[in-house]
Design a protein around this ligand. Structure first.
Ligand SMILES: [Fe+2]
Ligand SMILES: [Fe+2]
Length: 294
């Protein structure tokens, strides 16, 4: 899995068998409940955001004259489809644990993406898709680099879900960029899409963890508020320089080198397709699975 490999060759559609535990759905990282709820809020968006990305790419498909890009687009849609289905399974557990907060978030997300998908132009939606994917690439690098801090000793299924998702986000890093370049290519609209998608997702995620942390009571605890501020500051410190790089003229996601850890993760999947669903979170330096009971 190197950057010189063709995009289609890099991309694999995987369906790891995650076993989510309802009792650990909300605070799947017991040491970091605030980070858990930030991730949970982002997870709630996936069954709305990713079908919108797929719909946008499918609308663009007949306009693409490059067969290789069409093949990449199809693989992209297959990966995104697998992502939101797994997140929906996890979100069902979140909904059982915190129904009012989750229902309120989902209603808002459903309305947002229905509006964008119905009323905005294809050019705008392609720019949003590319903006989101560039941000997801930056987030994927941040999460993988800081995996031991963010996911260490957390529930294996949820940590594995998030890391699987972002490995595949990195695998398909240049598809929406190339589709946007093929159909529009406007640098102005690319930046508009990045700004809109980033602001939209961050705002909805903020609203989501706000609701979830109010529902679980952490919002009213000053120690928890400080911990939340601490983890957000840590995330932004690592994320902002990566987001800033996207704005530099000549940026292309293909030039962003993949993290080394991805290779050990991909090798693990090749060895045992189920293993990435149960990473050993006490040994995240390498991608190592928890052993199955005999
Ligand atoms: Fe995805
Ligand atoms: Fe993606």
């Amino acid at each position: 899995m190197t950057d010189s490999a063709g995009t289609a060759e890099r991309m694999t559609v995987r369906r790891p068998p995650f076993a989510f535990a309802r009792s650990r759905a909300l605070h799947w990282n017991a040491a970091r409940p605030e980070f858990s709820q930030i991730v949970n809020a982002a997870s709630l968006a996936m069954p709305y955001l990713e079908p919108y990305l797929i719909k946008t790419m499918r609308e663009a498909r007949p306009l693409i004259t490059d067969e290789k890009l069409v093949r990449e687009l199809d693989l992209y849609c297959a990966q995104e489809s697998a992502h939101y289905r797994q997140h929906r399974r996890f979100n069902d557990e979140l909904k059982a644990a915190s129904p009012e907060a989750v229902n309120a978030c989902e209603a808002q997300l459903a309305a947002d993406y229905d509006r964008l998908g119905t009323h905005r132009s294809l050019r705008f939606n392609l720019a949003y898709a590319e903006g989101f994917e560039s941000m997801a690439l930056a987030i994927g690098h941040m999460l993988i680099e800081d995996r031991e801090f963010l996911f260490g000793r957390a529930d294996s299924a949820v940590a594995s879900l998030v890391l699987w998702h972002f490995v595949e986000e990195i695998e398909h890093k240049n598809v929406t960029f190339d589709v946007f370049a093929h159909i529009s290519g406007s640098q102005f609209w690319r930046i508009v899409g990045l700004a809109y998608a980033t602001a939209h997702i961050l705002w909805r995620t903020r609203g989501g963890y706000h609701r979830l942390l109010k529902a679980d009571g952490h919002w009213y605890n000053w120690r928890s508020r400080l911990a939340l501020l601490g983890v957000i500051t840590r995330i932004l410190r690592k994320l902002v320089p990566r987001l800033a790089r996207i704005l530099v003229p000549g940026y292309h996601p293909r030039r962003v080198a993949d993290p080394q850890w991805m290779q050990s993760w991909a090798a693990l999947h090749l060895e045992d397709a189920g293993a990435p669903a149960r990473l050993d979170t006490s040994r995240l330096r390498e991608a190592t699975p928890v052993a199955l009971p005999a």
